[in-house]
Design a protein. Structure first.
Length: 371
C-alpha cells in the first residue's frame, strides 16, 4: 500500500530491532511481546529464491522455472555490548554472575526452548526518533522476519574500541506491515508454507535502555582476561612469551550453528532445521610481547593441557561484571608471533573447544552477567 507522504530516506534514528519470544506460533503481545534489542549498530536482511529450470527437446528456452526449495531469508545485526540483555533476548542462557549454575549458553537452543524466533525491524516516520511513537503512527512500518534460527555468534573487543557482538540468523519468511500492532506474525507453517493467520504481535515503545540496567556501553579499560590451565588453575604456559607480562590488545570469540534443513515429500518447506554437530567455539587472543621466556614445543605437546578461558567486562567503576564469557576445556591450536618495522612484536593465541550437552557443565561456552 503506498504511503500518503512518502519519505525521502530511512536512517538509523528511525529504526529499532526486536526479537520475538519462543514459540513463534503464539500471540506476541502484552507480557509476551517481542523484546527490543539495545545498542544496535547495524541490521541487514535479504532473501534468496532458488529456481530449477524445466527444459525439453524442441525448445531452447525453459518452459518453466520452478521453486523446488524454500526461499532463504537472512538477517544479520551487530550491537555494542552493555550487558547480556540482547543475548538473553535472542535465546541464549545467561548465568547469574554471583552464583553461576554452569549451564551452556546454547542449552535453550539445543532443547528447542528458545531456538526459533520471529524478528521485527520497526521504522518510524522520517525525521523522528524511534524513541517514542513518532509524529504519525500511520507512517510506521514493520519488517517481519519469520521462523528465524541463530546460525552464528561473535563477540570481540580491542584496545581503542567498544566491545561488540554480531549475530547471523537464517529464517523462512519476510513480510512488511503498515502498523506496529494487531498484524499477523511473519512466521509460516513449515509443512505447507502458509502464512500465520491466527496470532498477532504488538511492539512496545522504543526505550533507550532497559529498565533493569541503564548502562550505556562498556569500555576496553574495564576488560580483563583470565587464561588458566584447567587442571591446575594456574596461568597458562605458552612458548616463548610470558603471559603475565603480555599486554593483551584484542580478543575474538565465535561459534557457528550450522543448520541442515530436513525435508520430506508433501512438505513445501523444510519441516525442521537441525544443528550440525559438533559445534566448535573458537577464541583468539592477540597481545604485545614483553619479556621472552624459555620454552619447548615438546613440553607443551606432552601434557597437552586443557584451558579455562574467561573474559570479564566490568562497569565504568570497575566494580560489577556486566558480561563474562567462559570457555571450558579449550585446547591451544596455534601460536603466532609477528614482528615488523614500526610495529610492536605481538603474539596471537588461537584456542578451540566444543559445545557439550545441556547437562554438561565442565566443557563448552558459558555466559554470565546482567540481563
Amino acid at each position: 500500500m503506498p504511503v500518503a507522504n512518502p519519505r525521502n530516506r530511512v536512517i538509523y534514528q528511525s529504526e529499532a530491532l526486536y526479537a520475538g519470544p519462543t514459540p513463534v506460533g503464539a500471540d506476541h503481545i502484552g507480557a509476551n511481546a517481542p523484546s527490543q534489542l539495545q545498542r544496535v549498530q547495524s541490521a541487514n536482511y535479504s532473501f534468496n529464491i532458488e529456481r530449477q529450470d524445466v527444459n525439453q527437446f524442441g525448445e531452447l528456452a525453459s518452459i518453466d522455472r520452478v521453486i523446488l526449495s524454500a526461499p532463504t531469508v537472512a538477517l544479520d545485526f551487530s550491537y555494542l555490548v552493555a550487558n547480556l540483555y540482547n543475548e538473553s533476548a535472542i535465546g541464549f542462557h545467561v548465568l547469574n554472575s554471583s552464583a553461576p549454575d554452569w549451564v551452556s549458553c546454547i542449552s535453550g537452543v539445543l532443547n528447542k526452548e528458545s531456538d526459533e524466533k520471529n524478528y521485527f525491524i520497526r521504522t518510524t516516520d522520517e525525521g523522528s526518533d524511534a524513541l517514542g511513537i513518532g509524529k504519525d503512527v500511520a507512517d510506521q512500518r514493520v519488517i517481519g522476519i519469520g521462523n528465524g534460527f541463530v546460525t552464528s555468534y561473535t563477540t570481540e573487543g580491542s584496545v581503542g574500541n567498544f566491545p561488540t557482538a554480531s549475530v547471523n540468523v537464517e529464517a523462512l519468511n519476510m513480510k512488511v506491515d503498515n502498523a506496529i500492532s494487531g498484524k499477523y506474525l511473519p512466521s509460516v507453517n513449515p509443512i505447507n508454507g502458509n502464512p500465520d493467520l491466527t496470532y498477532v504481535y504488538g511492539l512496545n515503545p522504543v526505550v533507550s535502555t532497559t529498565a533493569a540496567d541503564a548502562t550505556t556501553v562498556l569500555r576496553p579499560g574495564q576488560i580483563t582476561l583470565d587464561l588458566k590451565d584447567g587442571g591446575t588453575a594456574t596461568d597458562i604456559s605458552v612458548l616463548g612469551a610470558d603471559i603475565n607480562d603480555a599486554k593483551i590488545q584484542s580478543y575474538n570469540i565465535s561459534f557457528d550453528l550450522g543448520r541442515t534443513p530436513l525435508e520430506k515429500l508433501g512438505s513445501k518447506f523444510a519441516f525442521a532445521r537441525e544443528i550440525d554437530f559438533p559445534v566448535t567455539i573458537t577464541m583468539s587472543v592477540e597481545a604485545s610481547v614483553g619479556d621472552l621466556v624459555t620454552g619447548n614445543l615438546a613440553d607443551i605437546l606432552g601434557p597437552d593441557s586443557s584451558y579455562d578461558l574467561t573474559v570479564n567486562l566490568k562497569d565504568k567503576d570497575n566494580a560489577v561484571v556486566k558480561a563474562a564469557y567462559h570457555i571450558k576445556e579449550a585446547k591451544l591450536d596455534s601460536q603466532e608471533f609477528s614482528s615488523a618495522v614500526g610495529d610492536n612484536k605481538s603474539v596471537t593465541l588461537n584456542f578451540s573447544a566444543q559445545v557439550g550437552g545441556p547437562a554438561q557443565n565442565n566443557i563448552g561456552f558459558f555466559m554470565s552477567g546482567v540481563i
